[in-house]
Design a protein around this ligand. Structure first.
Ligand code: ADP
Ligand code: MG
Length: 388
């Protein structure tokens, strides 16, 4: 789960991490109050959307007086902001954050992530702040410093001092960076983040280290431990089909192909996407209805597929805990309730598979039965092509 910059900054502030003062703004009255509450002489008006690259897209602007703050607020609220990360359709701006202007001497980059290589948490620091880190990694990889953290002892001050030595700076800077990173690591672990990025992490004229931007991602499986973070979820930022799926506990990720997949088990879902690609097709989604694929969940899953306007659907299920006949009844009920018109290819395997296949065959619905995964994939791809 993602949160907005102003929410991330408030969470970091609660850990004693230095962030600029700022006020969230939903209308022009709020903006006037924000102006009065902040010292100036520069105010920064920042669009709040769940995507970066706002600066270059016109979503971060400086104001020098109250009039400018009001004008920028009026022009940004309600605008569709297009950035490198939003896609061409952009995102509607309905919240702003007005912040004090910070005296920036240097812009650094900081990210904390769960690193597959070390099977632990790694901090990444770079002197190239404010830039697209993917570009730095490609053209100037030696500018990125990695600090692997031993989970048993946590981030150690000497590790930060070593890194700070490579970045160069005054002893005050090194002390402030160390303090910042130790608190940041603690915040990351205690809030169960899956990724955190501060770009840019700035060094001010008097060598303070401040988070000028903040992006936090939280591990969805740990959110039950953090109701106050869960409450920050902004569903207007999420794809409607993903919001719907999460209501029914379906693991769903929207993709850009035209074959809807309905699968039980994440491993089988991955394999299904692979085999569709191998057969020359394009999956429209990853959808795992889980081990207990009840009729209700199968129906909800089909609703999501239909809303995504797929050309065909490939149902690939393994009847283990759930028996194939139960699954088949779920499919038939869902197809009838929703009056489905898209072609459905079903491949089932497992307990009571013969009975399940018979239920599908006798249902009178235009369901195409497949004997193997490969057979199902080929049939689904052919049907999707015909629908084009
Ligand atoms: P994004 O990453 O979405 O473009 P940022 O919050 O990183 O948004 O802001 C973009 C740029 O705007 C920063 O790199 C910085 O140069 C400038 N900026 C952002 N906030 C402030 C601030 N409070 N004071 C001064 N400059 C700022
Ligand atoms: Mg940024």
């Amino acid at each position: 789960m993602n949160v907005h910059e102003y929410q991330a900054k408030q969470l970091l502030r609660d850990f004693g991490i230095p962030v600029p003062n700022g006020v969230p703004v939903f209308n022009v009255d709020d903006a006037r109050r924000a102006f009065d509450a902040l010292p100036g002489p520069i105010w920064v008006v920042k669009a709040q959307i769940h995507a970066g690259g706002r600066g270059k897209g016109g979503g971060v602007k400086l104001a020098r007086n109250k009039g400018e703050v009001e004008e920028l607020t009026k022009s940004m609220l309600g605008m569709t902001l297009v950035t490198k990360q939003t896609g061409p359709e952009g995102k509607l701006v309905n919240r702003l954050y007005i912040e004090e202007g910070v005296d920036i001497r240097r812009e650094l980059y900081l990210a904390v992530l769960v690193d597959r290589v070390t099977s632990g948490i790694t901090l990444m620091l770079s002197s190239e702040g404010g830039m697209d880190i993917e570009e730095v990694a490609e053209h100037n990889p030696e500018a990125i410093i990695r600090i692997p953290v031993n989970p048993a002892v946590g981030l150690q001050p000497f590790q930060v001092r070593n890194a700070a030595g490579k970045l160069g700076g005054s002893p005050v800077f090194v002390r402030n960076l160390t303090d910042f990173l130790l608190k940041f690591y603690k915040a990351f672990v205690e809030m169960d983040c899956s990724m955190a990025e501060v770009n840019p992490l700035v060094v001010t004229g008097n060598d303070k280290v401040v988070a000028l931007d903040a992006k936090l991602n939280f591990d969805g499986n740990a959110l039950y431990r953090h109701p106050q973070i869960h409450a920050l979820r902004d569903i207007t930022e999420e794809a409607p089909s993903e919001v719907q799926a999460s209501k029914f506990d379906l693991s769903y990720v929207k993709l850009d192909g035209d074959i809807g997949c309905l699968v039980n088990g994440a491993g089988l879902a991955m394999a299904t996407m692979d085999i569709l690609n191998y057969a020359g097709g394009h999956p429209a989604n990853f959808l795992d209805v889980g081990g207990s694929a009840t009729t209700e969940r199968v129906t909800e899953a089909f609703k999501i597929l239909v809303a995504d306007q797929v050309k065909a659907s490939f149902v690939n299920l393994f009847g283990g805990i759930m028996k194939c006949d139960t699954i088949a009844n779920g499919i038939v009920t869902a197809a009838r309730t929703l009056d489905l018109s898209i072609p459905i290819v079903v491949r089932m395997e497992g307990t009571n598979v013969e009975l399940g296949k018979r239920i599908l065959a006798e249902s009178g619905l235009a369901i195409v039965s497949a004997d193997t995964m490969a057979d199902g994939a080929v049939k689904a791809v052919a049907l999707a092509k015909r629908g084009n």
